[in-house]
Design a protein around this ligand. Structure first.
Ligand SMILES: CC(C)(COP(=O)(O)OP(=O)(O)OC[C@H]1O[C@@H](n2cnc3c(N)ncnc32)[C@H](O)[C@@H]1OP(=O)(O)O)[C@@H](O)C(=O)NCCC(=O)NCCS
Length: 186
């Protein structure tokens, strides 16, 4: 039987079904990728609670992260335009990874970030999620993506370089890289 997506039960009216995907990972296994919805708030809270300190430090630059309900709501209630996020799941429904872009103050710019659970790394999930985020960003008029990461984070550096980000700039221990997206006619 062909694999199908399982759309979230309570998707908001503007939920972008066109960004749902079934992706094949580096080990041949499939993953379901879909935009985040408000009902993901409690799962996100549980995943952050359970995450190891190193992962939290690499993603948020601090080893202890406590998100209250308001913050979890903010992270999962998206306009899918200036603010967009994706999650990847195993076929059993285990959360594997999350990636997002957040529109910056400057028009046409957004920041991207991704976290993959340690047991699912090096399978191409972050690469797939960044590819899909780029599609979504370009479709919403975003022309420039950037990422901030700890300069000592070799995995993020290698991932972002492989995904086409460059022009690295350093501000103390934080590195920033950018990627220009093609315009509509390019
Ligand atoms: C960085 C991170 C997101 C990578 O996720 P991932 O799903 O394992 O990445 P991918 O499998 O798509 O890897 C793509 C490429 O990135 C590079 N890469 C990824 N992890 C790497 C590592 N640990 N060491 C060196 N290169 C690495 C490789 O070039 C890899 O391609 P390859 O496996 O064919 O050699 C993951 O390690 C993570 O969640 N880290 C903690 C949070 C974090 O650092 N977020 C970054 C903020 S932008």
């Amino acid at each position: 039987m062909p694999l199908t997506m399982i759309p979230p039960a309570d998707a908001p009216a503007h939920y972008p079904f066109q960004f749902e995907r079934i992706v094949t990972l580096g080990d041949g296994s499939p993953a379901r990728v879909r935009p985040i919805v408000p009902e993901d708030a409690s799962l996100l809270g549980a995943e952050i609670e359970a995450a190891d300190e190193e992962t939290l430090y690499l993603r948020f630059f601090t080893p202890v992260v406590r998100f209250d309900e308001a913050r979890l709501r903010y992270l999962t209630e998206l306009d899918y335009d200036r603010r967009f996020a994706l999650a990847a799941f195993t076929l059993d429904g285990d959360g594997m990874a999350i990636a997002r872009y957040e529109g910056a103050a400057a028009a046409g710019e957004a920041e991207v970030a991704v976290t993959v659970k340690p047991e699912y790394r090096r399978l191409g999930i972050a690469t797939s999620l960044f590819g899909l985020l780029e599609e979504a960003a370009a479709a919403h008029g975003i022309r420039r993506l950037y990422a901030n990461y700890l300069a000592a984070n070799d995995a993020a550096e290698a991932l972002l370089a492989k995904c086409g980000y460059g022009d690295v700039e350093f501000d103390g221990s934080i590195a920033t890289v950018v990627k220009e997206l093609p315009g509509p006619s390019e």
